[in-house]
Design a binder for this molecule. Structure first.
Ligand code: PDD
Length: 283
């Protein structure tokens, strides 16, 4: 049985007690991270932990551990559960308190839970590319916070799945923002375009790694939003996330992108990305 990190203790699943008035449960009042594990090692853990604390700061939530302590605790969880390839899910809520919208006063302790999961890399899709569809971005205006409030994302992903697509490409009016759980990029005439970091997208950790890969292969990056129409005319299209890595998008709403196959620059970026992940195994 895999164990769970519950606040600062590693316990059995059935020992975890979460109150029915936990604010994460009632309001989505909390924040989270998903970190990939390759060959028993956390990938870009520092960046994920920094973003968790930054999300916490933005909603005035206090995480009662230092970053180092948290890093050490999740590392211990991975070792305890003997995860080789997979991911860790980590969330912190504002705690358990009688239901009122405003923050509990006096404050209550936040509630941290983290668990690990064995997963394999999405190798088939990384090879073939995936289909996506446009979905109106109806989320709030603080998408920079990795908040537990994911209803807008959930509904968008469900629409994509219903349409037999892997991901929803969100747009506000005509402007493409990001995916329901990923960042989006288009490549046109040898330039990679992506929405700039702002309150309208999550500043993806994989996005940062991908932009480093662009620099390495000499691909020019323009952090400028593009429209739905422009998206359809891109030579190549990519989505990125912790679990999807650098994923080619080969059609949008049934419209083929480029020649309908993952493009040459996408392949180069995938290679550059693979060189950064601590794995020699194709899992
Ligand atoms: N999702 N944008 C959104 C809305 C996301 O939910 C995610 C990640 C990303 C990509 O961020 P990163 O590269 O740091 O994973 C962009 C995670 C994986 C999830 O909710 O499962």
């Amino acid at each position: 049985m895999t164990k769970i990190l519950w606040n600062d203790q590693i316990v059995e699943k059935n020992e975890v007690k979460i109150g029915f008035e936990d604010r994460g449960y009632q309001f989505g009042d909390g924040i989270y991270e998903v970190i990939k594990i390759y060959n028993g090692d956390l990938f870009t853990a520092t960046e994920h932990i920094d973003r968790l604390y930054s999300s916490a700061d933005k909603i005035n939530l206090v995480i009662p551990y230092t970053k180092d302590k948290l890093h050490q605790m999740i590392h211990e969880l991975i070792e305890t559960n003997e995860v080789q390839n997979g991911q860790i899910y980590l969330q912190v809520t504002r705690g358990d308190s009688p239901r009122i919208h405003n923050f509990p006063n006096p404050a209550v302790s936040s509630v941290l839970t983290a668990y690990t999961k064995e997963t394999t890399r999405p190798l088939a899709q990384l090879e073939s590319g995936i289909k996506a569809c446009f979905v109106e971005d109806v989320r709030w205006l603080r998408c920079d916070i990795k908040s537990l409030n994911l209803l807008g994302n959930v509904l968008a992903k469900q629409e994509a799945v219903t349409k037999n697509c892997f991901e929803a490409i969100l747009h506000r009016g005509d402007t493409v923002t990001e995916g329901s759980s990923s960042n989006m990029y288009g490549i046109k005439d040898g330039v990679l375009y992506t929405h700039p970091v702002s309150n309208l997208i999550l500043n993806g950790i994989t996005r940062k790694v991908l932009l480093d890969c662009c620099e390495e292969i000499g691909l020019k990056v323009v952090e400028e939003a593009f429209t739905k129409e422009e998206a359809l005319k891109m030579d190549e299209f990519i989505m990125s996330s912790t679990s999807a890595e650098v994923m080619p998008v080969i059609s949008i709403d049934g419209n083929v992108i480029g020649n309908g196959k993952p493009g040459e620059l996408t392949r180069k970026l995938q290679k550059a990305f693979e060189q950064k992940i601590p794995t020699t195994l194709n899992v």
